[in-house]
Design a protein around this ligand. Structure first.
Ligand code: GLO
Ligand code: MG
Length: 344
């Protein structure tokens, strides 16, 4: 049975396995080879950073950027793939060291906005409207480092500049409370949607919710998704999992907390997410221990778990839910959910 959902992942989800404590453990997989894997693993769309689409973007003129993006579009077409979104990768450039949009150095802020405008140009060429803003270094290690009120206004200026530069793009903010920063400025979907409402064109600003990011903020990812859906602002998801409050683990979907995964799928079903035409994105990492020839299993596994949970949600007895709610017997409802998940 087809679940009706369409899936995406990012090329960085097939990685060499480096971590802050050790070097790479697997050889690099060429970009073209990664693209070839998409369909094989059952995926239709590619999440992209601007410099995934146009490598070494910084040395290139606007015309060259568009030319290279057109070449990337041809590569995607040849594989029968589409770009889900493009995201400006500000956090790897030296000028983004103190955040790009919120850097104290005005020259860095100008650079960040210019680079983001190029990202919008690339999205046009790749045929997607969506820009994702993961605000990696837009925050502080110590509060005294920035004027936080001004910093939020700088974020608004940057988003407004992108909206004005390209009237077609829509911006999905991907909130995350910490890492790499001690404190990020837009730590939750509530902040993201509120910031969107403060922009010049609120209809063109929404959100992307990543499971691990909600958990790191001490929030429930399914309720975060519900909040965004109630506002018509859930424009993508990054499903994964997280074992407690530690570094951002990007574990396979459902691998740490199957019940929480079930509830994320349930809320997407309640909100008729497939009807919105939006993708179910995965943002998952292979374990560092994984050998090169099997370092993509986390993607297929996450998708398989998602699809099996769709079946679980769809086959949950609605009458039992209704009765338990009517009699306010949530112990019985909980047991019914556990029975269902355990296969009784
Ligand atoms: C990191 C983020 C990152 C973004 C990606 C797209 O914690 O989840 O993977 O999703 O860079 O902007
Ligand atoms: Mg993500």
């Amino acid at each position: 049975m087809s679940s009706g959902y369409c899936f995406s992942f990012g090329p960085w989800n097939i990685s060499e396995g480096a971590d802050p404590f050790g070097p790479t453990v697997r050889p690099s997989v060429a970009f073209a080879e990664k693209l070839r894997l998409y369909k094989e693993l059952g995926f239709d769309a590619v999440q992209m950073h601007d410099d995934d689409a146009v490598p070494e973007i910084e040395g290139k003129s606007a015309a060259q950027v568009e030319k290279d993006a057109a070449e990337m579009k041809r590569m995607l077409d040849d594989e029968g793939l589409v770009a889900e979104f493009v995201a400006p990768r500000l956090w790897e450039d030296p000028r983004g060291v103190d955040g790009g949009y919120t850097a104290n150095d005005p020259e860095c802020r100008v650079w960040a906005i210019d680079r983001s405008k190029r990202t919008c140009d690339i999205a046009d060429v790749l045929g997607t409207k969506m820009i994702v803003l993961w605000l990696a270094r837009e925050g502080t290690y110590i509060r005294e480092a920035k004027n936080a009120i001004q910093a939020h206004r700088h974020l608004l200026d940057a988003i407004n500049a992108m909206l004005a530069h390209n009237p077609r793009v829509e911006i999905a903010i991907e909130p995350k409370p910490n890492e790499p920063m001690d404190q990020a400025y837009i730590p939750s979907i509530g902040h993201a949607i509120a910031l969107g409402q403060m922009t010049d064109d609120p209809a063109r600003v929404g959100g992307l919710i990543e499971t691990a990011h909600s958990l790191l903020a001490g929030l429930d990812a399914s309720d975060d998704m519900a909040f965004a859906m109630a506002a018509g602002k859930l424009w993508s998801v990054h499903l994964n999992d997280q074992n407690g409050l530690k570094y951002d683990q990007d574990k396979s979907f459902g691998s740490a907390n199957l019940r929480a995964a079930y509830n994320q799928v349930r809320v997407l079903e309640l909100g008729d997410y497939p009807q919105t035409g939006r993708y179910v994105g995965l943002d998952v990492k292979a374990m560092r221990t994984q050998k090169a020839d099997v370092a993509h299993k986390h993607l297929a596994n996450s998708k398989a778990v998602f699809e099996r949970l769709v079946e679980k949600v769809r086959s949950f007895p609605a009458d039992i839910e209704e009765q338990c709610r009517a009699s306010r017997d949530y112990e019985a409802l909980e047991m019914a959910v556990l029975d269902h998940l355990l296969g009784k």
